[in-house]
Design a protein around this ligand. Sequence first.
Ligand SMILES: [Zn+2]
Length: 332
Amino acid sequence: MTSYKELGLVNTKDMFAKAVKGGYAIPAYNFNNMEQLQAIIQACVETKSPVILQVSSGARKYANKNLLKNMARGAVEYAKELGYEIPIVLHLDHGDSYELCVDCIESGFSSVMIDGSSLSYDENVALTKKVCDYAHSRADYVTVEGELGVLAGVEDDVVAEESHYTKPEEVQDFVSKTGVDSLAISIGTSHGRQKFKPEQCTRNADGVLIPPPLAFDILAEIEKKLPGFPIVLHGSSSVPIEYVKEIEEFGGKLSDSVGIPEDQLRKAAKSAVCKINIDSDGRLAMTAAIRKVLAQKPEEFDPRKYLGPARDELKKLYMHKNKEVLGSADRA
Ligand SMILES: [Zn+2]
């Protein structure tokens, strides 16, 4: 059994309180390998941003749980070595069972999400409460994120055909019955790189898909019901067209990619939304960089020669997000 405190991590409690008050959002970046972790830590130390390192159950299977735990420990030490101490959370993304949440907490996670959004309301309440009761009874107090409403799209093991907006009339009851520390809501964001079907969008003069706007009216209603309570947005990649074009230029095929425009996320970050999940953009940045190197230097076979540029592109992307979108730079 490992407490997250032994790894040098923190839970989300203070981090979220400051973010809600300060009108910015904490970046939650997914990782499952060394280059992604290097990029996240370098970007967040250089921009002096707090950060949530996010691991899905799929990533845990991919990388091995002991290795991941020690990578998180290494990330804390690496950040210190880079010369500026930032608060770092290790968070389980889309935990789908009580057992998985407990296993993560016992191996050093400082925060977990229990995603009961596919269950009935009452089952979601019961499962979320069970995880909170365990996480909060520990001496180190592990924070818990719950979810109400369903996001469309594909993310590792999470697949939903259609989205259902969070019902504002349910949020107070859910939070008080479960004791969750933060709540993921559905207001039109979506998992993956195809966040909307083409028929849900309009096209600009260049034929690029323009998505429908987020439901800020629902967000405002939720904020009214839960003043100052930390809200989370999943599926918040912007799917930059430059990356999609670069990937396609060098042999990839990513037709009808569409994300959430950055100005909408900027607006959300200023509200009670205090955690914004970004995964697909990082995947696109790395894939674009790797495809470019391999296409332009077909003789290259040293993985550092393509994973290095991929890491640098990822770092650039994350610095941009912290500074220009989430407002988390200079908040650590
Ligand atoms: Zn998600």
